[in-house]
Design a protein around this ligand. Sequence first.
Ligand code: ADP
Ligand code: MG
Length: 740
Amino acid sequence: PVSRTPEIQEERLKLPILSEEQAIMEAVAEHPIIIVCGETGSGKTTQVPQFLYEAGYSSEDSIIGVTEPRRVAAMAMSQRVAKEMNLSQRVVSYQIRYEGNVTEDTRIKFMTDGVLLKEIQKDFLLLKYRVVIIDEAHERSVYTDILLGLLSRIVALRAKRHLPLKLLIMSATLRVEDFTQNQRLFTTPPPVIKVESRQFPVTVHFNKRTPLDDYSGECFRKVCKIHRMLPAGGILVFLTGQAEVHALCRRLRKAFPAYSSRPREKEEEDSAEAMRKFKKSRTRARKAQAMTLPQINLDNYSVLPAGEGDEDREAEMDDEEAALGSDLDLDLGDDALGGGEQLDASLPLHVLPLYSLLAPEKQAQVFKSPPEGTRLCVVATNVAETSLTIPGIKYVVDCGKVKKRYYDRVTGVSSFRITWVSQASADQRAGRAGRTEPGHCYRLYSSAVFGDFEQFPPPEITRRPVEDLILQMKALNIEKVSLGSSNHIPVLRVKQLQQSRLSCPITALGRTMATFPVAPRYAKMLALSRQHGCLPYTIAIVAAMTVRELFEELDRPAASEEELNILKGRRARVAQMKRTWAGQGASLKLGDLMVLLGAVGACEYAGCSPQFCQANGLRYKAMLEIRRLRGQLTTAVNAVCPEAGLFVDPKMEPPTENQVTYLRQIMVAGLGDHLARRIQSEELLDNKWRNAYKTPLLDDPVFIHPSSVLFRELPEFVVYQEIVETSKMYMKGVSTVEVQ
Ligand code: ADP
Ligand code: MG
């Protein structure tokens, strides 16, 4: 029996989903798989787990699992549900990749979708769960999609064993056809329970013009106007990343200094300081983790390369440096207030940031009522779009943009880019304004631009390379994976044990590769390095290639003569160190990969100190990550090959000449499809091919990047780690291939 407080009980009764409790529970009783769909804020995430708990769908050894695509939701929702149910976090708990509070008493477990996928690798039938809820299925995150493919099979296998598993799929938008109309996924379409929402009308206002780039400034002006001229009601602003969020918060606080005499003000005003501390403590935690590297338990990390598909979080991480450097924005605030207007201290605005990486106690602030006589203004990334519902919002200001990872199909290069959202996302954002009363949404772009938005965001699985996922699926004995269906949810066929060895089962090599938490091409290098003492070197190189961009960007334009001279000096120093690390003769043939090895070796030798990194143009943060990954890979290799007895040697000797030759062969084995051949002088038809290379996949010439130690060597055959396109297409991470 659950004893909720009267206040909580009253709040719950306001949620539309409460009136569907009976319908949902009847459907769950009668069907193995059901779909619950309802507007954001209708109570799906917080209430459905409670319904199941109260109906007895959890016991000591079979619990309720809930997956979320975002870490922030897994943590926040477990806290909220524990509070509503008056239970401790020992009972309602969460698990994300690196942390969690699950105990043996846990009955409801919120987790990221990546965590559940990892559990399937250990226990294919998920026997410890009685119910699995896949939340936010409409987001179509890659792990959620894979989970749906797997769970549709697991539910059938569990039924055969008379240990039924219930699967609930919860979705916010009307995109349920993706799940119901997929005959290959669910032979009988699961019943859909629609939660009627009490959405109030939202008036959408488009800008006449679309600002070219300063949408942050446009947001600032819009919030100022709303706050000055419109009746009470909270404001929610959508921006794309942490740096922007902080900059806008500071500008708004400066424009409307609300609590100058309150002690609370200090804490609020000082979010930049808090960020700095948070960052420091994380760095410290990372350092502490790095110190204990060789002891890392295999269970502590996912064997899935990406681990968690929390794109927001990654996108925000990219921002970290920028967030700290953006104090410059601060003073721009005043003139934007316009002709002769004064700072207005009489209008208190309670400004709060919200994004994935924000410390949880700061995130929780947005759910509290703002101080008496102030107006709430939350400046958020797209976490506020569907995963978290902020109460009391009447005005939404939408910049219309989102930061997304973008993959180039040809080069395989990935980067974060700010793009327009989809129409569905824009409508979700607008909907946040009509939860408690009629509201307004201000779109900072024209209706014509909106008309050009795509209808839905494409599922993540269509936007990223999938070789790592296919390998993992094969390692799970999934016989067949087809992504061919129109809506891209993977359809999986689980291999029956008795009919094994049919249709390309995973090879021994593939199985070994699947245990390493890096991309398959690097995993292959590791798996092939057992002989001749090459493993420690391959591990170091693979760690460096996975972390990427070891060297600071020194090609940036300089603001002054003085800075230019400093930059020139540093560039010369880095070039010299690269030559030293690359060495001569045999070792130079390993090219940039030898440089990586030399840099990692030298940096470790110097204790991986910030001073060493600074002096040699290395990114300190990257070097710490490499150190950590080296530890993880060493543990993983020892697990499949205990006789190797590897450890992370801070005083690693350089490889011998023979070892360098083997290393080059190993690199070619992993980068075999990244081969390029130099254009011979007799083939030179057009000058644009001078010093160029030809690759199998591209029609255009590619070049060795000027930062490469092989830039002047121009070997006939090379393999490369990646191609980046700037003024030309450049190969980076180049190594020589010898043709016998
Ligand atoms: P859905 O999953 O359907 O989008 P939720 O279950 O997340 O809806 O939210 C239901 C209600 O619970 C919302 O009104 C939301 O504001 C409220 N809520 C969620 N988390 C908290 C919290 N930590 N504190 C206060 N209210 C919360
Ligand atoms: Mg939800």
